[in-house]
Design a protein around this ligand. Structure first.
Ligand code: THU
Length: 161
């Protein structure tokens, strides 16, 4: 038996002013696109904005449904948009934000497990680390160098071969 340790490193910033300008603008777009969410059931509005390898920005917002499981998260809406508009192109950086009814949106969002799985596969299939910026409408910002950091022991599909 041996004990194994898994660690990852991330940046924690006091607020978006510590980000480089291009990242700050991307986060602002993620914050703004929460307005396009369709979230009449949870009232939790999520927005995502990605800078593609060619500099274009692709966005997504969560889209819910009266049949609750049909709803889809902002991150996966974005990944579908990106893969369709720019087939095979890596995402350089993805920013995710949210707003809720209570106005308590100053802690960074944490993507759900299903989105972590989808982000990892997008990263793997495009063979380039996908940087991730997580924040609320204000407050602290987390920056990760790779989607893989969000999902240790991931099922990558290698076992299918
Ligand atoms: N949601 C996202 O869009 N992204 C996340 O990272 C977390 C959760 C959505 C799903 C659902 O529409 C609402 O937020 C509440 O869970």
């Amino acid at each position: 038996m041996s004990l194994q340790k898994h660690q990852f490193t991330y940046e924690l910033l006091d607020d978006c002013r510590e980000l480089p300008e291009a990242d700050r603008e991307l986060l602002e777009q993620a914050r703004k696109v929460t307005e396009q969410a369709y979230a009449p059931y949870s009232h939790f509005h999520v927005g995502a904005a990605a800078r593609m390898q060619n500099g274009e920005v692709v966005k997504g917002s969560n889209q819910e449904n009266a049949s609750y499981p049909v709803g889809i998260c902002a991150e996966r809406v974005l990944l579908g948009n990106a893969a369709t508009l720019f087939p095979g192109m890596p995402i350089e950086t993805l920013a995710v934000s949210y707003s809720n009814q209570q106005g308590n949106h100053n802690i960074p969002i944490s993507p759900c497990g299903m989105c972590r799985q989808a982000l990892l596969e997008f990263e793997n299939r495009t063979r380039q680390p996908l940087r991730i910026i997580l924040s609320g409408q204000t407050g602290e910002v987390i920056v990760l160098d790779t989607a893989a950091a969000l999902l240790p022991f991931a099922f990558t599909g290698k076992e299918l071969e």
